[in-house]
Design a protein around this ligand. Sequence first.
Ligand SMILES: [Zn+2]
Length: 566
Amino acid sequence: MKVNIKVKNGAKAVACVAIACTVGFGLVGNANAATAPATKADSEQLILGSGSTELRVTKGTASKTVTAQSSQLAAAATTPSATANTLVLYDTGGQWGKLGELYAMNVANLTGHFGAFTARPVSTYTAGQMNNFTATIYIGSTYDEALPGVFLTDVATSTKPVIWMNHNIWQLTANTPDFQSKYGFMPWFYDNVAVSKVSYKGRDLTRSSDNAAGIMSYSAMDASKATVLASAVRSDGTSSPWAVRSGNLTYIGEIPFAYVNETDRQLIFADLLFDALAPATPERHRALVRIEDVGPDSDPAELRAIADYLSSQNVPFSFGVFPRFRNPNGIENNGVAEEYTLKQRPEVVAALRYMTSKGGTMLMHGWTHQLTGAANPYDGLSGNDFEFFAAHVDANDRVILDGPVPGDSVAWATGRINSSKRDFQRAKLPVPTIFEFPHYAGSAADYKAVRSMFTTRYERSLYFYGGLSGTIDNRTFVGQLFPYTVNDIYGSKVLPENLGNYEPEAYNHHPARHPADLVASAQANLIVRDGFASFFYHPFLGTEALAEIVTGIKAAGYTFVSPASL
Ligand SMILES: [Zn+2]
């Protein structure tokens, strides 16, 4: 029985989380910034965060002059119900200038939950520009990037919300003689004391111990004028402000996108955006569950058991399907290659119809969920390998993403998706309207192809340098997970997956992840006032752990909804 592959072959059981749990990348800046802001940091370097090595950021050179293509992207990202319009400003200078655009994509995507965005280098800012937007977010990623005087003046005089992250706040205080008396606080220097927790709304969010970057400290904090929104908690239990607000200015003393995971302090930023862009948003907590890696080789009985359990709990769900199974190397089949489609497995097709009847929404999870007979990165077996991106396992047993596959293009990806559609149609199944990349990975061209064929993706995603400025560098990218639906820089609606999945055993440096871990992540995500607890689950793991997770998420206060309702 082919279904036993999933039990015998560890890679099969765990492969789909090669990316899922670990999207993110690490940045350490200002390794010697104790004297900042008076002294320029002498060391900035990219390093890869623990467990985050799938998504590597290639060291870049100084970024080129950026042209604004983003207004078109912004238009594509507008939704009728979300009316905010955000200006995202980023740095471009210095050795690590490329980071500015990567962070700006992170920010722009999140603001895509609230409406349109325009992302530009801060160097292009023109006087009065921020008054045309609901709010402005500036990401200070380059130490001592020269900020336009009109920008500094507008921040100090505009009444529109401004969120400022990390560097160069000292240029604002220098340009605003009454800064301390007006705002009630004064940034001082980057404190490099280890901080592993950030407290917000009575909950502790995590901060990676690998993150050696400092967090801004303050020489003055007048509680009558400034509000500390979140506090960095040191190992000795003392704390210092992590984010502070006074009037229309919110300042965050670091960039919260380095070394992220499911319980990271980046969630605080995701929630603070509501204050700036949709302050009337009521508290609401919804949950999603997706059954993963369903294919022609799935066990119909397992699928029916999952559907029965979830419907018995009144839990709507989704299931990601690849319609063609390939095993070119004959893994667990005496070396004999095999290939078959859903049409050739009518019991599986019947089970998929049954899942739909029990509240399931079928998604397209690629075509074959592998690429060729060559390892990408495992063994060429459907469900194990990447389909739209090249990857290998390195000598340290880490999965490394290599870039676009040979022959990659919009036309290639479109052809592959059309092949998938045909295999659904041949099985007399409806063609899914939501797409999920196998292993959450595709090139910029592949995302473009999906955008032209689907309105919605449901996943974590990769964003490539040039996504805002126009010339894509497929080897410099960042991954991102979302706590709520967004309209991203590709112009797609993206449904969130932010808890990962049940993973009984560690592999490729990804830790095991138990039901309690997923529930704890769901609890951390409660700080997002209108956020989700969204996880996925492999059907061959049975229903016991699934029940633990569903019960725990419900007890945390979430209500399960169908992705079709979003
Ligand atoms: Zn998968």
